[in-house]
Design a protein around this ligand. Structure first.
Ligand code: UDX
Length: 441
């Protein structure tokens, strides 16, 4: 394309801020929009309002180059851009398992009436299948330019902590559309990736929506599969770590997402599988996804099991006991605590009467806001001071590399529950610790 496309990115959370900065990095002129002015001010000043390694450099570089700006004004976005990306969140509804589409609807209702000339709107948010067609109909009804505004859906697969690399070099690009112009626009936006040989697929709207939720359902299933094997291993006296390794050498299975432990959390996998089940129910194919109920249940049972192991180690009751918790984020290299298994476990143990102190390298501020009644420490050693049992619940490198002798000096009892199978049992036992893990003898 000889003329540089102008893009708007609507919503600047984890997905949108990363997408906006990376599109600018690819050379496009980008305007990011969010209704949260504080977020806009932070991003405009070159700061990322959440922990995402490498994003700040890309942000700062592209702000300085004049390719990237932020606004709260929809009129400015409508005026500026040829292509609008919808990047808002679709959390779980408060009253059901379904996805809350109010942010998607708000973007559509704010933008569409301002679209007076031809434009392309591309949804990236994770939505229940059927949403894109509804959004397309609503946009052509509301937009003064009518059918000159066309809609596509291109799901985003980025992992938190790897957002920049996953956006610049994704495993695949999928665009759902039945419009040749939308396909053409998406091809020119993706030219760099297509040139690198990254698969570029064109599908209908429904298939594109389904690709995202089925990918997440598969990943969640893989994690719960190995966690189910951990349950069986615990009962049978087998070692799920060895089992997972042996499975991983079968290249039809592979080793990724086969890590047994406390299970999955975060802003995507748990709510996406629940919304997927809710949608299947609406479509009249509820039995097709009823296995995801088991996937969810297996995942929840790992949290209960972790608590049981810890309770067993301190004599059967948490009342009045001192517990040190390592980790609050739902996974390492993130400050995200949405549906965090670590905080869920910490909160439950605290409500059972224990004195719980939590440390996390990046997620402390978010954790404090969501769980003000837990105690927080600013270092690993401070968190485990006087602890009668230590729980490792998020596998940060700092915890993997922890020195058992250093910890032994400050704890009351050398007992540890490794909720992420992150430590070497031999090493810790040699140093005098009672070491317990999920799925291992
Ligand atoms: C996920 C998908 O990977 C991504 O493609 C999608 O766009 C959004 O959802 P994310 O939520 O950032 O990304 O985290 P991910 O790295 O996938 O981890 C999800 C959860 O699974 C974490 O809680 C992690 O601890 C857990 N996990 C992962 C395991 O318990 N075992 C594993 O082997 C792998």
């Amino acid at each position: 394309a000889t003329q540089r496309l102008k893009l708007s990115v609507l919503g600047t959370g984890y997905l949108g801020a990363t997408h906006a900065a990376c599109m600018a990095e690819l050379g496009f002129d980008v305007l990011g929009l969010d209704v949260d002015r504080a977020k806009i001010d932070t991003l405009s000043a070159g700061r990322v309002p959440f922990y995402e390694p490498g994003l700040e450099e890309v942000l700062v570089r592209n702000l300085a180059a004049g390719r990237l700006r932020f606004t709260s004004d929809y009129a400015e976005a409508a005026e500026f851009a040829d292509v609008h990306f919808i990047c808002v969140g679709t959390p779980q509804r408060a009253d059901s398992n379904a996805a809350d589409l109010s942010y998607v609807d708000a973007v559509v209702d704010s933008l569409a009436p301002l679209l007076t000339r031809p434009a392309v709107v591309i949804g990236k948010s994770t939505v229940p299948v059927g949403t894109a067609a509804r959004v397309a109909a609503r946009i052509s009804a509301l937009a003064p330019a009518g059918s000159a505004v066309e809609v596509g859906w291109s799901p985003e697969f980025l992992r938190e902590g790897f957002g920049v690399q996953d956006t610049l070099a994704p495993n695949r690009i999928v665009i759902g559309t039945d419009s040749a112009r939308v396909e053409e626009v998406m091809r020119s936006i993706s030219a760099t990736q297509i040139a690198q040989g990254i698969p570029f697929m064109v599908t209908d709207l429904q298939t594109a929506e389904l690709v995202k939720v089925s990918a997440n359902a598969f990943l969640a299933t893989k994690i719960s599969f190995i966690n189910a094997m951990a349950e069986v291993s615990e009962a049978a006296g087998a070692d799920v770590i060895k089992l997972a390794e042996a499975l991983s050498y079968d290249d039809r299975i592979g080793g990724k997402f086969l890590g047994p432990g406390l299970g999955f959390g975060g802003g995507c996998l748990p709510k996406d599988i629940r919304a997927f089940m809710a949608r299947a129910d609406e479509l009249g194919v509820e039995p097709a996804l009823s296995f995801l109920r088991e996937v969810d249940a297996i995942n929840q049972r790992r949290r209960a099991r972790t608590i049981d192991i810890a309770r067993g180690l301190i004599g059967g009751s948490f009342a009045g006991r001192t517990v040190g918790v390592l980790g609050a984020a739902f996974k390492p290299n993130s400050d995200d605590i949405r549906d965090s298994p670590a905080l869920d476990v910490a909160q439950t143990i605290s409500s059972l009467g224990a004195h719980v102190t939590v440390y996390d390298p990046e997620a402390l501020e978010n954790a404090k806001r969501a769980h003000p009644d837990l105690n927080y420490a600013h270092s690993m050693l401070e968190a485990v001071r006087d602890a009668e049992v230590v729980l490792l619940l998020t596998e940060w490198a700092e915890f993997r590399d922890a020195d058992p002798d250093e910890l032994a000096k400050v704890v009351a009892e050398t007992r540890i529950v490794d909720g992420r199978n992150a430590l070497d049992p031999e090493h810790w036992r040699e140093r005098g610790w009672i070491y317990r893990a999920l799925g291992r003898p």
